[in-house]
Design a protein around this ligand. Structure first.
Ligand code: NAP
Length: 500
């Protein structure tokens, strides 16, 4: 069942039997959601809290306080959340008796983030003895004002935690301003900057794969790895949020955060401990080792219209838009481990399929002894983030049967759902991340200097496009992006893995 995911699995190393399965509850807490009537809170944060409550990880003493400006009463808020949980939470979970108990944990305070309304009411709801977490599920323009209000009204104390969403700035300068506005009233150890990719099981598994197995580390370098491909492809376009997207683009919306995080976890040195600053120090070192990207190593695209409609520019509502919704780039990590093994990153909208993966492409065998056979391709280790999270290892074996020694490629396939059993639905990233906030574990959150380092590397790439008024290349919806993205790899004697 779905909620068995929350249990700690303690498994016999030798027999594979589950020895103990138990939920590890967190301490009671008060969590305040600013923007509780907004899309993110309703679709992600509240369902995530509900799932953790159903499995018993959140104790009955916890309280969830929603706030927003609009004039609704607490009963209407609870009714809204009830409907949302039926729509967005696991069907099985929303049918349990826990739904009623969860709804009893909810409060609503009408509050204006930028004015005085509601702040003293909020203070009245919070219990002095408990931990407090504040989720900023509002526009980034409100992050600074809310942080200041929390401090000046005394709603937050020195042990309180604040959780902020992406986008964390639009460029380096904006990120620095935002960091400064939060750090004015909170210390770094109180700030949890979410990149929800880090909460994905498969992304955390990348760390387990690399640092809990002795097998890979000797091979994890440019001597054995030819290159790495990181793809995050989406089949949907930007319609519905085109206007927002057009002010951002794939480089800011995806590369600066999600793909950079995947790159960092793939490329980083083993941290000394699985501890927030040890992990984040190593990630920052990777970002600082990234070499400037040459303009010939970047391809930008926009999906075209079909029958004169539904192109990117139609969806963005901007006939002259120069914003990219596809980007592919070659990235060199300038250190001993990765010199000569580039990382190719690719992300885009309206591509063939929704599919995200990290592909570690190993080098070809150095000497071929099977003279009559086709040259086998190098091994590849594929870490699938979605759909069907898991790991595939491509090997070359003998093609069975007589008639010559032919070689063929087969894969060792591990889908997490079947390997770990009874996974009705994977845990949403927010479930893990919000529980980490309550536990006070910042390992899966971005540190301020990490975000700024990422912008320092990205800004010059974007500035080059903006200065040149670079026009993104058109590409067919449902394909794999502009032809030039293929050329980017073909030029180096390589090719992309097929999307999906
Ligand atoms: P949204 O749907 O526009 O919701 C914004 C919320 O903020 C509403 O509850 C709104 O309630 C409240 N609000 C606005 N002004 C306020 C004020 N002055 N005082 C108090 N509350 C105020 O936005 P969203 O999509 O949920 O996004 C929230 C944040 O998450 C943004 O930073 C966004 O970039 C980020 N994010 C969202 C998603 C997503 O899937 N939606 C994904 C990643 C990141 P009232 O109108 O009642 O005040």
């Amino acid at each position: 069942m779905y909620w068995q995911l929350a249990v700690e699995r303690i498994t016999s190393r030798w027999t594979g039997q589950n020895l103990v399965s138990r939920v590890i509850p967190v301490d009671p807490f008060d969590i305040v959601i600013f923007g509780a009537t907004g899309d993110l809170a309703r679709r992600k944060i509240l369902p995530a809290l509900f799932h953790r409550f159903v499995v018993g990880q959140i104790p009955d003493e916890a309280r969830i306080i929603g706030t927003a400006r609009r004039d609704i009463n607490p009963c209407a808020f609870v009714a809204m959340v009830r409907n949302d949980l039926h729509a967005f939470a696991s069907t099985a979970a929303s049918k349990t008796e826990a739904l009623t108990r969860f709804l009893e944990r909810l409060q609503f305070v009408r509050l204006d983030a930028t004015g005085d309304m509601g702040w003293s009411d909020l203070t009245g709801f919070l219990r002095p003895e408990l931990k407090r977490a504040f989720c900023f599920s509002v526009s980034p323009t409100l992050f600074g004002p809310i942080a200041a209000k929390l401090y000046t009204t005394g709603v937050a104390h020195s042990e309180s935690r604040i959780v902020v969403e992406k986008p964390f700035g639009h460029n380096l300068y904006a990120a620095q301003q935002l960091n400064a506005s939060l750090l004015r009233n909170f210390s770094e150890r109180q700030i949890y900057r979410i990149d929800h990719y880090l909460g994905k099981e498969s992304v955390q598994n990348l760390m387990a794969l690399r640092f809990a197995n002795a097998l890979w580390e000797p091979l994890w370098n440019a001597r054995h790895i030819d290159h790495v491909q990181i793809t995050v492809a989406e089949s949907i376009g930007v319609s519905g949020r085109g206007e927002y997207y057009d002010s951002s683009g794939a480089m800011r919306d995806m590369i600066q955060n999600h793909l950079m995080q995947l790159l960092c976890l793939t490329a980083m040195e083993p941290p000394t401990r699985f501890e927030p600053n040890a992990v984040r120090d190593e990630k920052v070192k990777v970002i600082k080792a990234l070499q400037p990207v040459r303009s010939m190593d970047v391809v930008r695209g926009q999906y075209s219209a079909r029958d004169g409609k539904d192109g990117y520019r139609d969806h963005a509502g901007n006939a002259d838009s120069l914003t990219e919704c596809f980007v592919a780039l070659k990235v060199n990590v300038g250190n001993w481990r990765w010199a000569s093994a580039p990382f190719y990153l690719r992300t885009g909208k309206k591509l063939r399929a929704r599919s995200s993966e990290i592909a570690i492409m190993f080098r070809d065998p150095p000497h071929m002894i099977f003279q009559d056979s086709e040259w086998p391709r190098g091994n590849a280790l594929i870490i699938r983030l979605n759909p069907n999270e898991g790991i595939t290892l491509h090997n070359t074996i003998k093609d069975p049967g007589p008639g010559g020694f032919r070689l063929t490629d087969v894969s060792l396939d591990m889908a997490f759902a079947s390997a770990l059993g009874d996974l009705e639905k994977p845990q949403d990233a927010y479930e893990r991340l919000i529980m980490d906030v309550v536990r006070g574990d910042q390992t899966l959150f971005m540190r301020g200097d990490e975000v700024e380092a990422a912008w320092s590397w990205i800004d010059p790439i974007i500035a080059t496009w903006e200065d040149a008024r670079d026009v993104p290349l058109p590409y067919e919806p449902g394909g794999s992006g502009p032809e030039m993205a293929d050329v980017l790899l073909r030029r180096d004697g390589r090719e992309w893995r097929a999307i999906g």
